[in-house]
Design a protein around this ligand. Structure first.
Ligand SMILES: [Ca+2]
Length: 275
């Protein structure tokens, strides 16, 4: 299933805002200025963005998966997401894979601390994210607040703040090296954030005009890291197409996008790797 707005027909969306005037726009893939394809999320420009179809096309669009192929295995140090004209995602999982088949979670994000338990079966880390173990997969509600209503950011450090990150003369712990290794990075969005009054209503009761306000958008996904070389990054061969220097932003060569109707169950969250 495709998950880009305006790909099959012109689609009206509206921006959640506290103002009285409803601010609306149109997605239309046939017009460049109105298209929001997934590669707009990795083009280095903050004024372009990817946008998913809104809930007016059905509740299935709570579930959207974005996969980034880095084309090489890297030790990923951080992921930063800048959102577009929508709130940040509510429930979702940041995942990693070395081969594109076996996946493991890096971090869970939930609308509330209770949702960490109910949806993912993971104890919530309350308040600002912190990490007590190198391979700890936390669940946080810190980045799932509906405010700001647009242009919010999500910062996921995978190395900094963990006990195994060490000084200039020594590399990170082997556990951390293993934990950060990935060629594929996947964002599995499971549930959109909605205004409290809309969350209470059944999908059938919500008017189309209100459903047009609920969609995912990302201006830029930034992934930073280095090639895996046991802490001696300065001797690593650098893939020019994907990397400049040793710890820099990665440019991705391929992005895959799909809508997914699978539901995440808490029991799966306890498995480290899954297919
Ligand atoms: Ca962009």
């Amino acid at each position: 299933m495709n998950a880009t707005c305006g790909e099959h027909e012109s689609e009206v969306y509206c921006v959640l805002d506290s103002g009285h005037e409803l601010e609306c726009g149109v997605c239309d893939d046939s017009k460049e200025s109105k298209s929001h394809p997934v590669d707009a999320a990795v083009d280095g420009a903050d004024n372009t963005w990817w946008q998913s179809p809104s809930l007016q096309y059905g509740p299935g669009f709570h579930h959207v998966t974005v996969t980034v192929d880095l084309k090489n295995v890297f030790q990923v140090a951080y992921v930063i997401i800048k959102c577009g004209p929508s709130p940040r995602p509510g429930n979702w999982v940041l995942e990693r894979s070395v081969d594109g088949h076996a996946w493991a979670p890096w971090q869970f994000f939930a609308i509330s601390d209770d949702e960490c338990w109910h949806t993912f079966g993971v104890e919530p880390t309350r308040g600002k994210p912190k990490y007590s173990r190198d391979e700890q997969v936390i669940c946080t509600s810190y980045y799932s607040d509906i405010v700001p209503l647009k242009d919010g950011e999500i910062h996921v450090p995978l190395v900094n703040g963990r006990p195994g990150v060490t000084g200039a003369n020594r590399g990170p712990s082997q556990t951390l090296v293993d934990f950060t290794q990935a060629r594929f990075v996947r964002l599995r969005f499971q549930r959109l954030l909605m205004l409290p009054q809309d969350q209470m209503l059944d999908y059938d009761v919500l008017q189309k005009i209100r459903l047009r306000q609920y969609f995912y958008s990302m201006r830029e996904i930034t992934i930073g890291g280095q090639c895996p070389c046991n802490g001696h990054a300065e001797h690593c061969p650098v893939h020019q197409a994907t990397m400049v220097g040793t710890v820099k932003l990665l440019k991705f060569l391929l992005l895959m996008l799909s809508g997914s109707l699978t539901t995440w169950r808490g029991r799966q969250a306890n498995q480290y790797w899954y297919h």
